[in-house]
Write a protein of this length. Structure first.
Length: 117
């Protein structure tokens, strides 16, 4: 099982980044997908979640209207489009998969997002 994130980097405030997470080793379409973020010293924070069929998405209040989560089950990929980035969005972003029937869940290794003011 693997979740491999990419797309992080350094961007100025107001800029955009698109994170991608490619999954392998499990039945991707049977898993809800989430993006979390974590700042050192803080707990991991749920940013966005999308249902297994992509029909439902929910967001942390502070990113609503700026972030969009999407998935392509044919490519085993989940994306996080981040617009109008703010310095407080700086964190390591993690992809997470959780089986809809419960039980198995998996984490990616994380990708660093740094937003400069």
């Amino acid at each position: 099982v693997q979740l491999v994130e990419s797309g992080g980097g350094l961007v100025q405030a107001g800029g955009s980044l698109r994170l991608s997470c490619v999954a392998s080793g499990f039945t991707f379409s049977s898993y809800g997908m989430r993006w979390y973020r974590q700042v050192p010293g803080n707990e991991r924070e749920l940013v966005a979640v999308i249902s297994s069929d992509g029909g439902t998405a929910n967001y942390l209040d502070s990113v609503k209207g700026r972030y969009t989560i999407s998935r392509d089950n044919s490519k085993n990929t989940v994306n996080l489009q981040m617009n109008n980035l703010k310095p407080e969005d700086t964190a390591v972003y993690y992809c997470h998969a959780r089986r809809t029937t419960g039980g198995a869940s998996y984490w990616g290794q994380g990708t660093q997002v740094t937003v400069s003011s």
